[in-house]
Design a protein around this ligand. Structure first.
Ligand code: GLA
Length: 354
């Protein structure tokens, strides 16, 4: 008799202990507000912990004037419309603005935000503020860094090295196709090495080009101060002044803006579509260039997907808030090389154009 009652009691005790320990192990993010990930389905049939109309999500971007970020916002807006939450789009051009805007989001009652930070080293300050307000955070595009290491914060970005390699390969293939003499050719790499996703992209391109046998000493780095067209143009102009011996250029960079700036600088010095092979990363900025009546030195781009970075991050955040479904820690998105001939078609197929 005694033993029969004791065993279930013991089992019950152990089970209670295990579940208490598990609860203790869960991160803060998983604990509140509602159910754990697996219960997501059950929750959706019952009443969610937070109603969609009570949800406010912030979407902060470092360069609101850049088409990539405008597209992220556009697709985030589509998500807000679909689910019926409020989206607060904010510029985050510097640290002060970022922190002030998180305060503003708090006063709006926001439960979380998605951010492409102007400086990845702001990560700890951003997370401290978010924690203070109990807000959830997803970093998009540029991953937070603390003391030289990526932070353990939910993140969606592009597969930077792989896409950089794709960019280098596309430029190199075209160089081979055109049969350019190596001793007349140089590679202009517009760099922004303080940002990991930027450095990975340009390093990937350089690796592919050198591994294919292109001489290292004919690869030239031009560091841009700002990752926009004027920034890249300025960096490239000074490179061109230093290397008047180069007659033909390949150009790569972290994004379309970097390559476009390089192409504009080269045009100023008399280069054209026959002496430039520019390959970028992006799509929308390249498309405007491809839509011009005459081809330019901007040859191709690696088309990346602002729908995923805008809509999907917002959807992840919404489900995290309303159903307690924690998003994957890291999501890396892919690219596809497109040219003047294919860019519009592929973007249309992918639902990236209106
Ligand atoms: C960085 C760049 C943007 C864009 C995104 C893509 O944030 O600055 O131009 O390439 O990455 O994730």
């Amino acid at each position: 008799m005694r033993s029969r009652t004791r065993i279930p009691l013991l089992v019950g005790l152990v089970a209670a202990l295990i579940s208490a320990t598990l609860a203790g192990c869960k991160g803060e993010s998983q604990r509140e507000p509602a159910a754990p990930a697996e219960a997501g389905k059950a929750v959706s049939s019952g009443s969610p912990a937070v109603k969609a109309s009570d949800v406010t999500i912030g979407f902060l971007v470092k360069q609101p004037e850049e088409p990539w970020f405008q597209n992220e916002w556009k697709f985030a807006d589509e998500c807000a419309k679909k689910y019926g939450f409020k989206l607060s789009k904010m510029g985050a051009e510097n640290g002060e603005k970022v922190l002030a805007n998180i305060d503003a989001l708090h006063s709006q009652g926001a439960q979380g935000f998605i951010i492409c930070t102007p400086d990845v080293k702001l990560g700890p300050a951003i997370m401290a503020k978010a924690k203070q307000y109990g807000m959830k955070v997803i970093a998009v595009d540029d991953q937070f860094v603390d003391k030289g290491k990526f932070m353990d914060v939910h993140y969606m970005g592009i597969a930077a090295r792989k896409i950089g390699e794709m960019m280098g390969q596309a430029a190199y293939d075209e160089f081979k196709k055109r049969n350019w003499p190596v001793d007349e050719t140089g590679v202009c790499v517009v760099t922004f090495d303080t940002l990991d996703t930027a450095r990975e992209r340009t390093d990937g391109a350089v690796d592919v080009i050198t591994n294919a046998g292109f001489p290292k000493e004919r690869i030239f780095r031009a560091a841009e101060q700002k990752t926009d067209v004027p920034g890249a143009m300025e960096a490239t102009l000074s490179l061109l002044t230093q290397h008047p011996e180069i007659k033909r250029w390949l150009a790569v960079s972290m994004n379309d803006e970097g390559v476009l700036g390089a192409v504009r600088a080269m045009e100023q010095r008399g280069f054209n579509k026959d002496t430039i092979i520019g390959v970028g990363i992006g799509g929308t900025t390249a498309l405007a260039e491809f839509d011009k009546p005459e081809p330019t030195g901007f040859f191709a781009t690696c088309l990346i997907n602002p729908y995923r970075h805008g809509f999907e991050t917002s959807e992840m955040m919404f489900k995290w808030i309303t159903e307690g479904i924690e998003p994957p820690k890291t999501t890396l998105t892919e690219a596809q090389v497109v040219t003047r001939d294919t860019c519009r078609k592929v973007m249309t197929e992918q639902g990236l154009l209106d």
